[in-house]
Design a protein around this ligand. Structure first.
Ligand SMILES: Cc1cc2nc3c(=O)[nH]c(=O)nc-3n(C[C@H](O)[C@H](O)[C@H](O)COP(=O)(O)OP(=O)(O)OC[C@H]3O[C@@H](n4cnc5c(N)ncnc54)[C@H](O)[C@@H]3O)c2cc1C
Length: 341
């Protein structure tokens, strides 16, 4: 495979669109030389980096635009109370400004299958979902049901765009808005009822954690197979206290290949591969440290490892031996990882 590129590119904001009182879209200019780097699939995200109050902050934001329509490259950011990056972008990032962006990534994408699409979005979770909806409308004949939950009507992002898409879809797109202010939280039985006869669909779920849990609970009695359920988590669960993968395997050492040098480091239980490398005084590449951006990926030349979270590598890449070292826990006595591969 082609190794993921780790370089941040300063992109210029060419337009800022007020979507709701606490959400703005940022249209980014992709210069011709970077067109290939910033080619993306509907539903993917980019990793953004900014210096805020002297601190370097790195966060992921999905594209709300579709690569399959005439949309310009756009990301949509909702303020999180007291959140560093989301408020900085909404308050400070203006037209003409620049922000450092890493190439697109992510596995929450449209899959080529001839079944309906049922999408459950909540709040800012609409961002990757509307991208997928637009691409599915533009490139397939699939029927789409979008269930979109929000606290109240004024929190609904893209209300007009969704209505326009629905009206132009020839009956293929149905949009069900659920407003907590009118009907309380959506519950599992309502989710199942909304799915109706479409249990064979592909399911896309993105929203606050508790909302996604309810949707998953709603799908459980419908015998929806897990390979048809695609989930994008904006907030990752706290990792469980780290334990090296298997009870009876003790990892003794890691051999780390970086910048054409090999360093052997005794392994300390619970560390990620990235932790071990840093403890040894090495400076491997890393960025989000949440398993999203793949900046820290390395090749497992020998041995095995599991990942606590993997939102960036495809199954094929994992099969080829790539590992996100910020999430990778060794599971064999000796592990050799190559950052230069
Ligand atoms: C793959 C991926 C794609 C994403 N796409 C988008 C997107 O398209 N649009 C978008 O607005 N956001 C998106 N996010 C969320 C985004 O990356 C940030 O987590 C969010 O903007 C908060 O960052 P912050 O720096 O403002 O807050 P922080 O300073 O990180 O956090 C402030 C506090 O809020 C909590 N918190 C963090 N994120 C959330 C959240 N989303 N909801 C509620 N509480 C939270 C934290 O635990 C912390 O206590 C995405 C996240 C991921 C992993």
């Amino acid at each position: 495979m082609v190794r993921h590129e780790h370089e941040y590119h300063p992109l210029t904001v060419v337009d800022v669109v007020d979507e709701t009182a606490d959400t703005r879209s940022f249209v980014l200019d992709i210069p011709p030389a970077l067109k290939e780097t910033f080619t993306y699939a509907a539903g993917q995200f980019c990793t953004f980096r900014a210096e805020i109050d002297g601190e370097q902050v790195v966060r992921c934001y999905s594209m709300s635009s579709s690569p399959d329509t005439s949309d310009p490259f756009t990301t949509t950011v909702k303020r999180v109370p007291d959140g560093l990056m989301s408020n900085w972008m909404n308050d400070t990032l203006a037209s003409g400004g620049t922000i450092d962006v890493l190439r697109p990534s992510g596995l929450f994408v449209l899959h080529d299958r001839d079944v309906p699409i049922v999408a459950f979005a909540g709040g800012s979770g609409i961002t990757p979902v509307i991208s997928i909806v637009k691409s599915a409308l533009a490139t397939t004949d699939r029927r789409i049901l979008l269930v979109y939950a929000n606290r109240s009507a004024d929190a609904v992002i893209f209300a007009d765009d969704l209505e326009r898409l629905r009206a132009a879809s020839d009956g293929r797109l149905s949009v069900h808005h659920h407003l907590d202010s009118e009907r309380g939280f959506l519950d599992a039985a309502q989710c199942a009822a909304l799915v109706g006869d479409d249990a064979h669909a592909d399911f896309y779920i993105c929203g606050p954690g508790p909302y996604m849990d309810i949707v998953v609970a709603g799908l459980a009695p419908l015998d929806v197979t897990t390979d048809r359920v695609f989930i994008e988590r904006f907030v990752l669960p706290e990792p469980a206290p780290a334990a090296a993968g298997s009870d009876d395997v003790v990892t003794e050492s890691l051999v780390i290949k970086l910048e054409q040098r090999e360093t052997t480091v005794p392994y300390e239980a619970g560390e990620t591969i990235l932790d071990t490398a840093r403890r040894a005084g090495l400076s491997p590449p890393f960025s989000c440290e949440q398993g999203n951006c793949a900046t820290c990926m390395a090749h497992l030349d020998e041995g095995t490892a599991t990942m606590r979270v993997n939102n960036a590598l495809s199954l094929d890449e994992v099969g080829e031996g790539w590992v996100l070292t910020c999430q990778g826990l060794p599971t064999s006595p000796r592990v050799v990882v190559d950052y230069d591969a």
